[in-house]
Structure formats: structure tokens, C-alpha cells
Design a protein around this ligand. Structure first.
Ligand code: SAH
Length: 362
């Protein structure tokens, strides 16, 4: 390390400064920026700037999203995911409309004003059923934002759901590198279709979330550079990014988990790349490190997503091993989280927390 030429050591710093001052980043810039990982001076610079930018737009507010994991049936076979269709050991469940509305009712009573419906790609949820669900929820809670996270669908389907009242959509791109995408997902899934979905969602006026796992098998500095270039181009309103965590029933069972430090490094980069982005401190981050979510807030994250799913179903929404918050009631988990966030110096807020659009005039 000490023999490195000064010119090499300074490149990450200038890339970090370029990012922090809001300049367009080239492939070379991102490559140099990633070379600064584990250099404490760069890490501190990025974290400090990320917190400054987050504060400028959102103060110390941390937005709350109530996550309802409403089905774990899935027709896909993403190699990393514990609820992949081919996993015969997964205990499948699907909440009824009544149960979902009950989750919203409890969430609303607790103060939540955003609900996130997340699930596997469950063929039971046709456009008609999904749109009906969206209409019911928006009808009962017109002051709440509704986010969907139900995977890849057609433009027409996204359009129907948007018309039914859905406000936001989370669809991580997972990796923007074609070969890496193939390593993580069997056919018929393709990176092109994933990107097409994200473009459609944006065009339809959804507040759109992309993102990737950190440390997924086969991920390299080059694939991360692709991810950052893609995020810079897409400019999503939300970015979901957490460490990969192996699941015992998948082919990646023996792969190492992603790094908490690298996740934090990338969170800071994403905050600077997309200054107004809504950026969750994820459950996966909290699973790998007991203080993971607090650490996420300290590098620019500004969203948490407490679980509103019924307690009896939680452990079955088993994306990866040792997922936290599966044993508690919604209210209990929420109380704990609120205390922890306050202790970390932030303010958990219950408002809808929409994306802050840039001023168009003036
Ligand atoms: N079917 C939806 C929701 C998928 S689950 C969709 O396709 O968007 C939500 C996210 O969990 C995924 O996008 C993925 O990034 C993450 N995830 C799945 N398995 C994981 C694992 N083993 N470790 C960490 N994150 C995982």
C-alpha cells in the first residue's frame, strides 16, 4: 500500500471531489472513486459530503414506509433469492385482500402514510386483482402514498396500476452488467427487460426505485461502475441498496455475504450522485450489522421500512438467512426503531415523504 505512487492515491480524491460538486461522472471517474474504498480519507470525505447534502434537502428527517410482504409465491428463479419458485422448501403464503387491508389499518393507526406492497411475481395477482387491491387501499387511505414492488410487468399493466392509484414502484435493477445479470438470473429474465420496465415506470410518472445488492456473487468493481453509470443515467427517485446475504436453499448458499463497509461507501456515493434521492437504510444492512441501519443514516440514507406484515407470515418472506424483525408485532418493532433513530440524532417522520422535485422556475 505504502509504495503506491502519489498520483494513483490522489485519483480517488479528485473523483470524490468531482462527485461531491455535482459534476457528470465518467466511467473513469467512477473507477477511480471505487479505488478509494477503504482509504479512510476518501470514506470520510464522501460520508461528510453525503450527510451535508442529505441535510440540505431533507434535514434530519427519516421517512417511514410500512412494508407489507403480501405474497411469497414467485414464478421466477433468481439464484440468490430464498423465495425463488424452484425452492420447494419455501413455505408459501398469500395474504387475502382483507388481511392486506388489515395491515394498512394497523399501519395507519400507528401513523404510517406510505404503504409498500412487496411480493414475489405471483401469477395469482393478475392486473385485475392487483388494480382492485390498489383501488381499495387508495380509496380507504387517500392521504397515503402507495408503493408497489411486484417485479416485471408489461407497460400496459404498469399503466393500469398507475391509473388505479399507485404512486411509486420499486424494482431494483440488481446489476447493470449483462453477464453478471445472467449469472444471477436464469432465462427468461434479461437485463434489457429489467431496464425496459424501469423506463416504462418512469415514463408513467411513478416515483421509481432502482438499486442493487452489494457483494452479490460475481460482482466486481467493473460491474459496480456499470451500476453507477446506469443510476446516473436513469436518475431514479429512490435507490434500494443492501448487502447480498446468502440463503441456505439457493445455489449461492456457500457464497460470502456482501460487505457492510462497501454498502456504506456506495450509499454515500449514491446520495451525492442523486442528491434528492430517497435512500433506505435497508433491513439487509441491519441484518448483517446490528447497527447497520444507524450506520446507513450516517452516510446519507433517509428512509426506513418497518415491517407491517402479519407476524405469522413474516418468517416465510425468507429472502435471505437470519432476516431481522421477523418475530415482533408491527407496533413493537416500530417503537424500537423510533427510539433507535432518535438516539442516533435523527427524527423519524410519518409524512408521505414524496421525492422533492427540483424547482422548475427561478
Ligand atoms: N419480486 C420483486 C421483489 C423482490 S424482493 C422484484 O422482483 O422486484 C426485493 C429485493 O430483495 C430484491 O430486489 C433483491 O435485491 C433483494 N434480495 C433478494 N434476495 C436477496 C439476498 N439473498 N440477499 C440480499 N438481498 C436480496
Amino acid at each position: 500500500m505504502t509504495e503506491e505512487k502519489p498520483i494513483v492515491r490522489e485519483a480517488p480524491r479528485s473523483a470524490a471531489e468531482k462527485l461531491a460538486s455535482g459534476h457528470f461522472m465518467t466511467r473513469q471517474d467512477f473507477t477511480e472513486l471505487l479505488a478509494g474504498f477503504q482509504d479512510p480519507r476518501i470514506t470520510e470525505l464522501l460520508a461528510g459530503e453525503a450527510v451535508r447534502v442529505r441535510k440540505k434537502y431533507y434535514g434530519t428527517k427519516v421517512f417511514t414506509r410500512g412494508l407489507i410482504e403480501f405474497t411469497n409465491y414467485c414464478k421466477n428463479n433468481c439464484y440468490y433469492c430464498g423465495i425463488r419458485g424452484a425452492n420447494r422448501s419455501a413455505v408459501r403464503y398469500r395474504l387475502t385482500k382483507k388481511e392486506i387491508l388489515e395491515c394498512c389499518r394497523e399501519g395507519y393507526w400507528l401513523g404510517f402514510r406510505t404503504f409498500v406492497l412487496q411480493g414475489g411475481e405471483d401469477p395469482f395477482y393478475t392486473d385485475e386483482r392487483m388494480a382492485d387491491l390498489v383501488r381499495e387501499i387508495k380509496g380507504a387511505y387517500p392521504d397515503c402514498a402507495l408503493t408497489l414492488s411486484v417485479g416485471e410487468r408489461s407497460y400496459e399493466s404498469y399503466r393500469l396500476l398507475r391509473e388505479a392509484g399507485a404512486d411509486r414502484y420499486l424494482l431494483r435493477h440488481e446489476t447493470a452488467d449483462r453477464e453478471h445479470y445472467r449469472l444471477l438470473h436464469p432465462e427468461p429474465l434479461t437485463l434489457d427487460n429489467r431496464k425496459r420496465c424501469l423506463m416504462d415506470l418512469k415514463a408513467l410518472g411513478y416515483q421509481t426505485g432502482a438499486g442493487m445488492m452489494v457483494g452479490s456473487p460475481g460482482q466486481t468493481r467493473e460491474t459496480l461502475v456499470e451500476d453507477l453509470l446506469f443510476l446516473q443515467e436513469l436518475r431514479p427517485q429512490m435507490v434500494g441498496m443492501g448487502p447480498f446475504i446468502p440463503h441456505h436453499d439457493t445455489c449461492f448458499a456457500k457464497e460470502p455475504a456482501g460487505s457492510v463497509e462497501l454498502t456504506l461507501y456506495l450509499l454515500a456515493i449514491v446520495r451525492l450522485l442523486l442528491p434528492r434521492v430517497l435512500l433506505p437504510a435497508t433491513t439487509a444492512l441491519g441484518t448483517l450489522d446490528p447497527l447497520g441501519r444507524e450506520k446507513g443514516l450516517a452516510v446519507g440514507a433517509n428512509v426506513v421500512m418497518p415491517n407491517l406484515s402479519p407476524r405469522r407470515n413474516r418468517k416465510n418472506y425468507d429472502l435471505y438467512d437470519n432476516k431481522i424483525c421477523t418475530g415482533e408485532e408491527a407496533a413493537e418493532g416500530f417503537r424500537n426503531l423510533r427510539c433507535r433513530i432518535a438516539a442516533a440524532g435523527y427524527e423519524l417522520v410519518m409524512e408521505r415523504g414524496d421525492y422533492l422535485e427540483e424547482e422548475t422556475k427561478g
